[in-house]
Design a protein around this ligand. Structure first.
Ligand code: AMP
Length: 217
């Protein structure tokens, strides 16, 4: 089963994709996490992506597509995956469809998480992320038990350099112009399920589980 989580930055894709993937026994593939990990590890891929990420614009398609398709073809992804943050434009969506079709596979569902712009800004500006396991939290909505430390693994929490006001604004613009058209792309082929992303994490998760057909989870 291959599921895409689609939505603006701050919609909660990462949090929801991680927990739904655990429930479904699927691999969670987050393109932004892959870039950040590569950067933390000083890999060439991370260095190539760094300046784009800091500006809040998309990393060039070929670099991104190659990275994600390689991850999808790893043995642990054979049973399916939840894709979070990819595809982010039509070219990436078409490349993904083509690569899956070559293996006799296809995207099953696209979970579109919808959140108001006001809520997105609030979530992104208060977000902190674990340097080690990438788990996010929020300084006021879901504060860590120990200040500055990840609840899950004890790693150091930091504010992403692209969660600054200027970068957030740019990322939301990029989302509207490049990624939002994917809502129509997947809607036309009947794969889109729209989820109200406002409210607590558990509430939103229950909506997603129900929309995916709760009996499978
Ligand atoms: P995210 O963690 O999904 O918010 O992604 C952080 C940044 O990584 C984005 O602002 C882009 O610069 C880059 N990025 C992540 N996924 C993609 C993608 N599918 N295509 C291009 N750039 C991406």
């Amino acid at each position: 089963m291959y599921i895409i989580f689609l939505g603006a930055p701050g919609a909660g894709k990462g949090t929801q994709a991680a927990s739904v993937a655990r429930k479904l026994g699927l691999v969670h593939i987050a393109s932004g996490d892959l870039f950040r990990q590569a950067l933390e590890q000083g890999k060439e891929l991370g260095l190539k992506a760094k300046s784009y990420m800091e500006k809040g614009v998309l990393v060039p398609d070929q670099i991104t597509i190659d990275m994600v398709l390689e991850r999808i073809s790893a043995p642990d992804s054979g049973g399916g995956a939840i894709l979070d943050g990819f595809p982010r434009n039509l070219k990436q969506a078409e490349a993904l469809d083509e690569a899956l079709a070559q293996q006799g596979k296809a995207i099953d569902k696209v979970v579109y998480i919808k959140v108001s712009e006001e809520e997105l800004l609030k979530r992104l500006s208060g977000r902190r992320v674990c340097r080690q396991c990438q788990t996010p939290c929020h300084v006021s909505d879901s504060p860590p038990r120990v200040e500055g430390r990840c609840d899950k693994c004890g790693g150091e929490l930091y504010q992403r350099p692209d969660d600054t006001e200027e970068s957030i604004k740019r990322r939301l613009e990029v989302y509207s112009s490049e990624t939002a058209p994917l809502v129509d792309y997947y809607g036309r082929v009947g794969k889109l399920v729209e989820i109200d992303g406002e409210g607590g994490v558990d509430k939103v998760e229950r909506r997603i589980v129900a929309a995916l057909g709760g009996e499978r989870l």
